[in-house]
Design a protein around this ligand. Structure first.
Ligand SMILES: Cc1ncc(COP(=O)(O)O)c(C=O)c1O
Length: 393
C-alpha cells in the first residue's frame, strides 16, 4: 500500500463512519491533529457554552441560589451520566475529587471491609499515583503491599489479600487486562477488587455491574473530555453501598448536610463517597461534555476505536517499522485500548517537534510515544496524516 492508497482507504472508511458527525462537537483548532485524548480530551462546544452560562447566569445572576437550583445535585447527576458508559446501574457512581483521592477512598473502604487480612495486591506497572496511594493505604493499615506484573496478579492473590487494584487499560502500552479473570480471582479468595478506569471510561466498554467489581474509579478529563482538572468518579457495587464506609468523612457525604449535626451520619448510598464542596466550574464542564455520548453506544465507540488503532498498526508495519519504530502495544485489537504506543529512540524529541507542527501526541519514559485515537473526533484520514508525519520525520 502506498501513502496515496492509504489516503484513499481512509476516505472510504470516513465516508461510512457512523460516528463521523460527532467531530462537529469538538472545537479543535484548525490545522491541529490531536492524538492525546488519552491525556486531555479537547474542548467541546457544549463545555464552552455551559461554562459561559454557569459564570454569567448561575454564578453572576443567581448567586447562592444556584446551589439549590442546580449545583447541589450535580455530583449525582454527573455520576449517573457516567454510569452507563462503564456498565453501572443508576445511583452507583458519583462524581468527585480526582482519581487518586477516589482510589484512596476505595482502598481504605475495602481494607476496612476485610479486617484481619494483611496484603494489598497492586499491578507494579500501574500508573504511579495508583502505586503511591496503595503504598500509603498499606502503611496506614500496617499491611504489606504486594506489587507484581499484570500477568502475576492472579497468582499473587491469596487468603491474605484484602484488596486487589489494577488499571483496566495500561497507561503505557494500552494493554487491556483480564478484568473477569482478575476480579474472579480476587473474589474466589475473599478479597475485594478496585479497578482504575482512567483509560477506559469513554473509550473502552466496561461492565462494572456484570463483572461484579467492588469498586472502580476513573478520570473525567481524558476520554470524557471534561477539561483540565475535571473531577473524577467512583463506583461502588450496589451490594456494598450501605456497608462500605469511607475514610474522608465530610459534610457532603452526611445524611443531612444542612442540619449541621455534630456527629457524622453517612448519607444513604453512593453519596457518602462525597467529602466536601464540588468544584462547580470543572464539574459543569464535564457534565456538558458528556452530552457528546448521547445517541452513541459504547459498542460503536469500541468498534471505531479498534478500527482506528488497527489501521494505524497496519500503517506502522508498512511505513514505520522499517524506520526503526517498534510497536509498544498489543497487536491484537481485542487486547488493546484506544491508544497505540510506539518505541523510538528519539521519541521525546520527535513528539516535541511534531507538536510544533500542530501534531499533538505524548511521550512516556523511557522511550514510548503514545498516540490516542478518540473515536468521537479522530478520523481515518487523521491516522494516515499521523503515519505520514512520523514516516517523514
Ligand atoms: C491510570 C491512571 N490513574 C490515575 C491517573 C491520574 O489521576 P488523578 O486524576 O488523580 O490525577 C492517571 C493519569 O494519567 C492514570 O493514567
Amino acid at each position: 500500500m502506498s501513502m496515496r492508497d492509504a489516503y484513499a482507504k481512509a476516505a472510504q472508511l470516513d465516508a461510512v463512519d457512523p460516528l463521523a458527525s460527532q467531530r462537529a462537537h469538538f472545537d479543535i483548532p484548525e490545522g491541529t491533529l490531536y492524538f492525546d485524548g488519552n491525556s486531555l480530551g479537547p474542548l467541546t462546544f457544549q463545555s464552552r457554552e455551559a461554562l459561559h452560562h454557569t459564570i454569567e447566569y448561575e454564578w453572576r445572576e443567581r448567586l447562592i441560589r444556584s446551589w439549590n437550583e442546580t449545583w447541589l445535585q450535580m455530583p449525582s447527576r454527573v455520576g449517573n451520566a457516567i454510569a452507563p458508559l462503564i456498565g453501572a446501574d443508576a445511583n452507583t457512581v458519583i462524581c468527585a475529587d480526582n482519581t487518586s483521592i477516589n482510589l484512596s477512598k476505595a482502598l481504605h473502604a475495602a481494607v476496612a471491609l476485610r479486617p484481619g487480612r494483611t496484603e494489598i495486591v497492586v499491578d507494579i506497572n500501574n500508573f504511579p499515583t495508583d502505586i503511591y496511594i496503595a503504598q500509603s493505604v498499606a502503611t496506614q493499615h500496617g499491611l504489606t503491599l504486594v506489587a507484581v506484573a499484570a500477568d502475576e496478579i492472579v497468582g499473587a492473590i491469596s487468603s491474605r489479600t484484602a484488596v486487589v487494584t489494577a488499571t483496566h487499560v495500561d497507561y503505557r502500552s494500552a494493554r487491556i487486562l483480564d478484568a473477569v479473570g482478575i476480579t474472579s480471582a480476587a473474589h474466589q479468595n475473599g478479597a475485594l477488587m478496585v479497578w482504575d478506569l482512567a483509560h477506559t471510561a469513554g473509550a473502552v466498554p466496561f461492565h462494572a455491574g456484570q463483572l461484579n467489581t467492588d469498586f472502580a474509579v476513573g478520570c473525567g478529563y481524558k476520554y470524557l473530555n471534561g477539561g483540565p482538572g475535571a473531577p473524577a468518579f467512583i463506583y461502588v457495587a450496589p451490594r456494598l453501598l450501605e456497608e462500605a464506609g469511607q475514610p474522608l468523612q465530610g459534610w457532603w457525604g452526611h445524611a443531612e448536610p444542612f442540619e449541621f449535626e455534630v456527629d457524622y451520619r453517612p448519607a444513604p448510598g453512593i453519596s457518602r463517597f462525597l467529602t466536601g464542596t464540588a468544584n462547580v466550574l470543572s464539574m459543569k464542564s464535564l457534565e456538558a461534555s458528556l452530552d457528546v455520548f448521547s445517541g452513541v453506544t459504547m459498542t460503536q465507540i469500541r468498534e471505531k476505536s479498534m478500527a482506528l488503532t488497527s489501521f494505524f498498526v497496519e500503517l506502522f508495519d508498512q511505513f514505520l517499522a522499517p524506520k526503526g519504530f517498534t510497536l509498544g502495544s498489543p497487536r491484537d485489537p481485542v487486547q488493546r485500548g484506544s491508544h497505540v504506543a510506539l518505541g523510538f529512540a528519539g521519541g521525546k524529541a520527535l513528539v516535541e517537534s511534531m507538536a510544533e507542527q500542530g501534531v499533538i501526541a505524548d511521550f512516556r519514559p523511557p522511550d514510548l510515544m503514545r498516540f490516542g485515537f478518540a473515536p468521537l473526533y479522530n478520523s481515518y484520514a487523521d491516522v494516515v496524516k499521523l503515519a505520514e508525519h512520523l514516516a517523514n520525520h
